[in-house]
Structure formats: structure tokens, C-alpha cells
Design a protein around this ligand. Structure first.
Ligand code: BMA
Length: 306
């Protein structure tokens, strides 16, 4: 069967050697568009092992990346104690009502991994909102609009006992979050996503509802394989699941995915809709940044069979 996603022939589109400063890895990029450019917000791990968030811009979203030399969100700022160990895995979305791009990311510190929120208008300076979920919690993605007056965010609390499901919370002001509901449970038994699931990029509204790309994890011989699946959430009540792929849609196969710092990982964190195509930006092997594209209708067909 022809795969739904096609990899860019330019993969990896960004790697440590492309940074104008020493870097150990470039991974897990948020993606958006700003002033005629595709903008990626990159997690860059430095040679000391700590990650900050940097910005890369390109006209075509594939080549000619311009990297801003200063981080947008630098870990270890004295005022931001919950980011002492790193700012990781950003997802970015434009909230037109606010006139800002909002970035959810993992604030990593001696207290664990928590969900942090920041916003920017220009991708040169960012203003931190602060933590929105305490540890351990990560893989957070905001929806771009309000639902009955409330913003909504997906996140992945660690429930203990090995349970790591995707939850949703709602907020009137992007600061106070409540009304928790479990949206997508991890799979069971030998399922491809039985170890854990986590939201990928901010969901995109389609004719069937909100398309969510998520990662699912299974252990083979003690090694964790991170693959990507998809779900569609209700347009009005996004805690309701309309459809979910029974299996994964995308997995590590190319050399830059099966070898690297963490082999066997594809970790989608950015999604753009360009014409009738879905562009999925992902981290490969926790080492570099890649792109795969699909026809949006082909993805929807497997999530919500007609
Ligand atoms: C998750 C996060 C991601 C990473 C993934 C795969 O827990 O740490 O940053 O890409 O594991 O190793």
C-alpha cells in the first residue's frame, strides 16, 4: 500500500550543523506562518545537554532556513525557576483574537517536567505567561479559538501507575485552567500506543472536526518506538472523539529516524495546511528536524472512514 505520508527529499531539513552556534541536536519543532515565512520554533540542545527554544524562518518551509542566533526562550533565566533544566518541545499557534502567537512548551527543572506558556508577536521577543500545569505534565497544544467562551488546551499528565493519556482543560483567560476531561486514552495490551500517547501539533479544524496528530509509544525489547497516529475531535465539544486511527500512520524508517541520539523516534510537533496538503514537521531520533506531507483528505479518510 502506498504510504499516506511522503518524506521531503530534503530531510533532514534542519540539523545541529545548520545552527550558527554549537548544538548537539535540533528537534521537535513547532510550526506556523508569519509575515510570508514558514516559522519553526526549534528545541535546540546545547553541548552542556540543556535545551532552549530558537527560531528558524524560510520562504518555502523546506529550504533556505535563516536561524536567529539568540534564543526566543532561553532556559536557566533566574526569574523562571521551572525552566532551569530546559525549555523543550514547543508547539505554536496563532490566536487571532489575541493577536499573538502562543507557545506551549515543557519547562524542565529539578521539580520535573511542567507545561509552560509564552507568547510573541514578532518571534524576536517572547513574553512568558508562566506555568499552566504542574509536574509531571507535557505534550501540550492549544486550540486556536474559544469554545463557548473558553480557550482549550490538550496536555498529558502522568497519572502514575504508567498511565499517560491525553487530557483537555478549558480556561476563560489562558491562565486559569479547569474542567479536566480525558480525551484520548493510551492503547492497551500490545497496541502500538499502549505505553503512552501525547498530543502533537495544535489541532487544525477540518470538515469533520479538529484533526489531531498524536504520538503513540510501544516498547520492543525494552526500546521505545515513537510513532504518529491521528484522531478527529468534535468541532464544538473537543473533548469528544469522533474518530481515531486503529494503527499508526507514520513511523521511523529512514536512516535519520532509526539512528541518532534516540533511535526509532518520530515526534510530530508542527502542522501546516497548505492547499490540499498537510505538512507535518517532526523531530527524528531526537536529533534533527524533518518534514513529511500528505493529502489532508487521505489522512481524514483513515481517521473518519466514510
Ligand atoms: C519524550 C520527550 C521528547 C522526546 C521523546 C522521545 O518524553 O522527551 O522530547 O522527543 O520523549 O525520546
Amino acid at each position: 500500500m502506498k504510504p499516506i505520508f511522503q518524506r521531503s527529499p530534503h530531510n533532514p531539513i534542519l540539523a545541529a550543523r545548520d545552527m550558527p552556534f554549537p548544538a548537539a541536536a535540533v528537534l521537535n519543532p513547532g510550526a506556523t506562518e508569519h509575515e510570508g515565512d514558514v516559522v519553526l520554533v526549534l528545541r535546540v540542545e546545547d553541548h552542556a545537554g540543556f535545551s532552549s527554544i530558537y527560531v528558524a524562518r524560510s520562504k518555502d518551509g523546506v529550504t533556505g532556513w535563516r536561524i536567529q542566533p539568540e534564543p526566543l526562550l532561553r532556559h536557566g533565566e533566574p526569574r523562571w525557576r521551572y525552566e532551569m533544566y530546559g525549555c523543550e518541545d514547543p508547539r505554536v499557534v496563532y490566536l487571532s483574537e489575541q493577536g499573538y502567537w502562543y507557545i506551549t512548551y515543557t519547562g524542565y527543572s529539578s521539580s520535573g517536567a511542567a507545561v509552560a506558556l509564552a507568547r510573541t508577536k514578532d518571534f524576536v521577543e517572547a513574553e512568558r505567561v508562566g506555568l499552566i500545569f504542574s509536574p509531571n505534565n507535557k505534550d501540550s497544544a492549544l486550540f486556536p479559538k474559544r469554545f463557548n467562551g473558553r480557550w482549550a488546551v490538550l496536555h498529558r499528565p502522568d497519572a502514575g501507575g504508567g498511565i499517560e493519556d491525553i487530557w483537555i482543560a478549558y480556561s476563560p483567560d489562558l491562565i486559569h485552567w479547569g474542567e479536566p476531561r480525558c480525551v484520548l486514552r493510551e492503547g492497551y495490551g500490545p497496541a502500538w500506543d499502549a505505553v503512552k500517547v501525547g498530543a502533537g501539533p495544535p489541532p487544525v479544524l477540518t470538515e469533520f472536526g479538529w484533526l489531531l496528530i498524536y504520538h503513540g509509544v510501544k516498547a520492543y525489547g525494552g526500546e521505545l518506538l515513537y510513532r504518529a497516529g491521528a484522531a478527529v475531535l468534535d468541532e464544538i465539544e473537543p473533548h469528544e472523539v469522533i474518530g481515531r486511527t486503529s494503527g499508526w500512520l507514520f513511523q521511523a524508517e529512514e536512516i535519520y529516524e532509526v539512528s541518532g541520539l534516540v533511535p526509532g523516534v518520530v515526534f510530530p510537533t508542527g502542522m501546516l495546511i497548505r492547499g490540499d496538503e498537510l505538512w507535518m514537521y517532526y523531530g527524528a531520533a531526537d536529533t534533527c528536524v524533518c518534514l513529511a506531507t500528505a493529502k489532508l483528505k487521505d489522512v481524514l479518510e483513515v481517521v473518519v472512514p466514510q
